[in-house]
Design a protein around this ligand. Structure first.
Ligand code: G1P
Length: 302
């Protein structure tokens, strides 16, 4: 069966406090930390737009105003750059304001990812929608979200992105029990556990921060009690939907992702991500890479 209901909206939870990056995030949202010269949140919005989702809802909270400014016009800055005859920087400044139709809703209370997604209900309405978590960046050359939308169109229900990790990593994530389908990169999800205790994980396949949700998830979230960490978990709501058939908002499928994913959620991975993005930049790599090699050699020698 083919599902013709198109997905047009993306929801990006961005209300977190960013405590792992204090003091940088005392007065700056963690989503605004730059990966080279672009704030992390812009890559996420670009990814949504790249998959055809031009309507992007950011779920924000206190102290997140700089994000709103980032996706808005900056007339004074634009005027100054025009006066300086600097079209390249002018284009860079305008790009983020022309990227997508960005909307905002506030989460109010930090009651978990499931609660953040539920805050999108009024904006999303009765349509399937994507959820993109900003701590994960997916390489634009590996179009994961587009594939997930195809899987939703084919199977209905909801779709999560899954990646295989080392066993000791599993308890940091939502973890899925899976069964194969006729398609190589698609599995049926039979169980989901949020941050399983070591030894009790159903597999090594973990949820990375990309979802396509059936709107039935909203009703389920309303009835989902706080789970791991005392928070309302999206994983728990999807577990409920995984047990349902298509007429009731199920099932849940997984897309097995074997492409490039970058984590920006902690200091070490953030540093790795910045270095990898810099190494991929034609305007920087020619100078940056030889320096990096020399730096590492010097460190090794000392
Ligand atoms: C969230 C989800 C988790 C998922 C992870 C991906 O956890 O709850 O299921 O695996 O994102 O990054 P968080 O990292 O917000 O604790």
């Amino acid at each position: 069966m083919v599902d013709h209901e198109p997905v047009t909206k993306a929801v990006v939870p961005a209300a977190g406090l960013g405590t792992r990056f204090l003091p940088a995030t005392k007065a700056t949202p963690k989503e605004m930390l730059p990966i080279v010269d672009k704030p992390a949140i812009q890559y996420v919005v670009e990814e949504a737009v790249g998959a055809g989702l031009n309507d992007v809802l950011l779920v924000t909270g206190r102290g997140k105003r700089p994000m709103e400014d980032h996706f808005d016009r900056a007339y004074e800055l634009e005027e100054a750059l025009r006066a300086k005859d600097d079209p390249e920087r002018l284009a860079a400044v305008r790009e983020s304001s022309e990227l997508a139709n960005v909307h905002y809703v506030r989460q109010g209370e930090p009651k978990g990812l499931g609660h953040a997604v539920h805050c999108a209900r009024q904006h999303v309405g009765d349509e399937p929608f994507a959820v993109l978590l900003g701590d994960d960046l997916i390489d634009a050359r590996d179009p994961l979200l587009k594939r997930m939308l195809e899987v939703r169109a084919e199977f209905g229900g909801s779709v999560v992105a899954l990646m295989e990790v080392e066993p000791e990593q599993v308890s940091l994530y939502g973890c899925a029990a899976i069964e194969p389908t006729a398609e190589d990169d698609v599995v049926k999800v039979t169980n989901l556990v949020e941050k399983p205790v070591p030894g009790e994980a159903p597999s090594r396949w973990i949820i990375i921060g990309r979802y396509v949700c059936d709107p039935a998830v909203f009703d389920v979230l309303e009835k989902t009690p706080p789970g791991r960490g005392g928070e309302i978990q999206l994983t728990d709501a999807l577990m409920t939907l995984a047990q349902r058939d298509r007429s009731q908002g199920g099932p849940v499928h997984g897309v097995l992702f074997r492409g490039r994913r970058y984590d920006t959620g902690n200091k070490l991975d953030y540093l790795r991500t910045v270095v990898q993005f810099a190494a991929d930049r034609p305007d920087l790599a020619a100078e940056f890479l030889p320096w990096l090699r020399e730096f590492v050699a010097r460190q090794d020698a000392s």
